[in-house]
Design a protein around this ligand. Structure first.
Ligand SMILES: [Zn+2]
Length: 265
C-alpha cells in the first residue's frame, strides 16, 4: 500500500477521467488498498455524475484537460506553500468551476449534434421543396405541350369536330371532340352530371373496324379544361363515346353509353 493518501483533487480528476500516466497508476494502486480513499472516490464519482459527467469513460477534450491540470497544479502548489497539516477532503470551488466548464464543453458537443440533426432536417425540407418545384415545372411543361398540341389540332385543316350527345335515359351532359387522325390526337371538352361513387367516365374512339380504343378517363366537368389525348396516328374513327365504367376505367367498354357522337360520312 502506498503510504500517502492522494491529493483531494485527484479524486475529482480521476472520476472525470482526467488523471493519467504515473499519477493514475499510483492513484489506482493506492485506492485498491485503502478503504478510506475508495469511499472518497465513490463520493467524487457521485459528484461528477451530478455535474452531468455520468458516463465514466468520458474523454475530456485535451484543451479542457490541460486547463484543468494546470489549475489543479497551481492550487496544489499554493496549498503546499500554506503547509496546511490537515486539509478538508473536498474539491475547491475553482476545480468545481473547471469541471463545470468541462460539462459545458460536453453540452456544446450535444448542441453541435443537435444542430447537425437540425441541418439534416432542413436539407430534407429543401429536397421536398425542390421535388415540388420540379413537379410543378413538369406540370407547367406538360400544360404548355398540351396547349401547343391543342393549337396545332385547332389550326389543322384536316381536324374534324364531333359533337357528343346525351343518350336517352343516361346522365345528362354534352361534349365535343376535336380529332386529327394524321396526328392521332383527340381533344375532348364537355360536361356530364357527376359520376356516381366508385364509377368513372371513360372516352373511347370507335374505329371504322375493330374494337373501341380507350382515350382515357375524363372528369365530369371538362368544360373549361380540355383533355388532350395522344393515340396511334392514322386511325380512322367512325364515332366517339363516353361510357360510365367501374372506377379507374376498363380496357374495353362495359358500362352504359352516356354520350355518343358519330363522324359525318
Ligand atoms: Zn488512502
Amino acid at each position: 500500500m502506498t503510504e500517502r493518501h492522494p491529493n483531494p483533487e485527484d479524486f475529482d480528476l480521476y472520476a472525470f477521467g482526467a488523471l493519467d500516466g504515473e499519477d493514475k497508476v499510483a492513484f489506482e494502486a493506492h485506492v485498491r488498498s485503502c478503504a478510506e480513499c475508495r469511499q472518497s472516490l465513490q463520493e467524487a464519482r457521485r459528484l461528477s455524475s451530478l455535474l452531468g459527467l455520468v458516463e465514466a469513460p468520458v474523454t475530456p477534450p485535451s484543451a479542457v484537460k490541460e486547463a484543468l491540470m494546470k489549475q489543479v497544479r497551481r492550487e496544489s502548489a499554493e496549498r503546499k506553500k500554506q503547509m496546511a497539516p490537515e486539509r478538508p477532503r473536498r474539491a475547491s470551488w475553482s476545480l468545481r468551476f473547471a469541471l463545470g466548464f468541462a460539462f459545458a464543453a460536453v453540452a456544446m458537443g450535444f448542441a453541435a449534434s443537435f444542430f447537425w440533426k437540425e441541418d439534416q432536417w432542413q436539407r430534407q425540407e429543401i429536397k421536398a421543396l425542390q421535388a415540388q418545384i420540379y413537379s410543378t415545372q413538369a406540370q407547367v411543361n406538360h400544360d404548355a405541350a398540351a396547349l401547343k398540341t391543342m393549337n396545332a389540332v385547332v389550326g389543322a385543316a384536316d381536324t374534324v369536330q364531333v359533337a357528343l350527345v346525351q343518350q336517352s335515359s343516361s346522365m345528362p351532359g354534352q361534349a365535343h371532340v376535336l380529332f386529327n387522325a394524321r396526328m392521332g390526337v383527340v381533344v375532348y371538352s364537355g360536361e356530364v352530371a357527376p359520376a356516381p361513387a366508385g364509377r368513372s367516365y371513360q372516352l373511347w374512339l370507335v374505329p371504322s373496324a375493330g374494337a373501341p380504343v380507350s382515350a382515357g378517363l375524363v372528369a365530369a366537368d371538362q368544360q373549361g379544361q380540355s383533355v388532350v389525348v395522344h393515340l396511334q396516328p392514322g386511325m380512322t374513327a367512325k364515332a366517339f363515346a363516353v361510357t360510365l365504367e367501374p372506377y379507374g376505367g376498363r380496357p374495353q367498354p362495359t358500362g352504359p353509353k352516356v354520350l355518343v357522337g358519330a363522324l359525318n360520312g
